[in-house]
Design a protein around this ligand. Structure first.
Ligand code: SF4
Length: 364
């Protein structure tokens, strides 16, 4: 990893990207436009200064790859209702705690006496369920393909250990359907995708070859500065040569077919479902839920929660996650909305675009 952070190598990689971007500009008369799909890439670009250094050469747009940010408001309200049930323990990843719902966040619910616990792995919730047999332990199942196999693993553990007071509130998301939706909508001019490294470990390079049908390229990239720059460089070269291809630039962890054991685990327990995405709406088969044979672990079937229309706010996270606006174009950015008083999930999450811009890219 240290080799990818060597300053001289970063400088020469940056110069090579700028050179390639200039050639693109001469050919097309405009800057190249690339989308980084993954929230970890968004944060890495901002933290490393690469986004700022390329500002006048490449337009880098953040995409819908932050799991907290794409979770729709009504799901967050439903999670808070679950927390308010008298006998429940809610298990969640830390990022979800401060995401505002229509009236309050999970953190507020905890402050008000609800039992909401931050876990580091979905398996932790099985142990909590075993330790609290008189309570209903509900795991908030959010995440993309990196996390989904772990949710399936938790169900397997519950099954093996006969833990009946455990269930999952599934609102998982899949990368391919949302990318297809973005490309189909034609709201954005795009010259290629920097594809998510972590998700690709599970799905494999092959999974993303569908992009070629849209005459678009994708490069699977790691997260260190030189890896990010290499990914951009390869995308620019493909684009300038007017080729549509999918390249794996993260070969030491991403294989052609991904992690077949993790995919088998997902296939065994889960099935496709039409999911609601913040700001986008329902996308067909864009999430996974438990198969009916495992409905005893399905919190949506086990508990009655009324999903109301969420309260409207001026937050524009729905547009931020589609790359339609930058955080600075939201009138609340760095005014009413800051990391200390976030109004939308993109300012809360450690992978959120607004948080990345606030932390590393504010002017003045
Ligand atoms: Fe939402 Fe805050 Fe981002 Fe505006 S700045 S889009 S209110 S998270």
């Amino acid at each position: 990893i240290d080799a990818y952070n060597e300053p001289q190598l970063i400088r020469s990689s940056l110069a090579a990207v700028i050179n390639e971007a200039e050639l693109f500009k001469q050919q097309r008369g405009r800057l190249p436009v690339l989308m980084e799909v993954c929230g970890s890439h968004t944060m890495a670009f901002a933290r490393s200064g690469i986004k700022q250094a390329l500002k006048n050469h490449v337009t880098l747009i953040a995409g819908p790859g932050c799991p907290v940010c794409v979770t729709d408001q009504s799901s967050i309200d439903a999670m808070i209702q679950l927390a308010e049930m008298p006998n429940s323990i809610i298990c969640t990843f830390g990022d979800m705690m401060r995401v505002p719902g229509s009236k309050q966040s999970l953190m507020d619910a905890k402050t008000n006496g609800c039992d909401v616990r931050v876990i580091y792995s979905p398996i932790d919730s099985i142990k909590i369920a075993q330790e609290n047999p008189d309570k209903e332990v509900i795991l908030l199942g959010i995440g993309f393909e990196t996390t989904i196999p772990l949710l399936a693993l938790a169900v397997r553990e519950a099954e093996r250990k006969s833990v009946d007071n455990f269930s999952i509130w599934m609102t998982t998301k899949l990368v391919k359907p949302v990318l297809e939706k973005l490309v189909d909508s034609q709201k954005l001019l795009l010259d290629g995708f920097l594809l998510p490294g972590h998700v690709s470990v599970i799905l494999g390079e092959k999974h993303f070859r569908f992009l070629k049908e849209f005459h678009l390229s994708g490069v699977i990239s790691g997260f260190e500065p030189v890896q990010l720059l290499s990914g951009i460089h390869r995308l620019l070269t493909l684009s300038r040569e007017q080729k549509a291809d999918v390249i794996n630039d993260y070969t030491y962890v991403v294989k052609e077919n991904g992690n077949t054991a993790a995919k088998a685990m997902m296939n065994h327990y889960l099935e496709y479902h039409d999911e609601d995405w913040r700001g986008i709406g329902k996308i067909s088969n864009s999430g996974l839920v438990l198969k009916s044979s495992y409905s005893k672990y399905d919190a949506k079937k086990k508990f009655e929660v009324v999903q109301n229309q969420p309260r409207k706010t001026k937050c524009r996270c729905g547009e931020v996650i589609q790359g339609l606006i930058t955080p600075e174009e939201c009138s609340l950015f760095d005014k009413a909305c800051t990391p200390n008083r976030p109004i939308g999930p993109c300012m809360v999450s450690t992978e959120g675009t607004c948080a990345a811009h606030y932390q590393y890219m504010r002017e003045g």
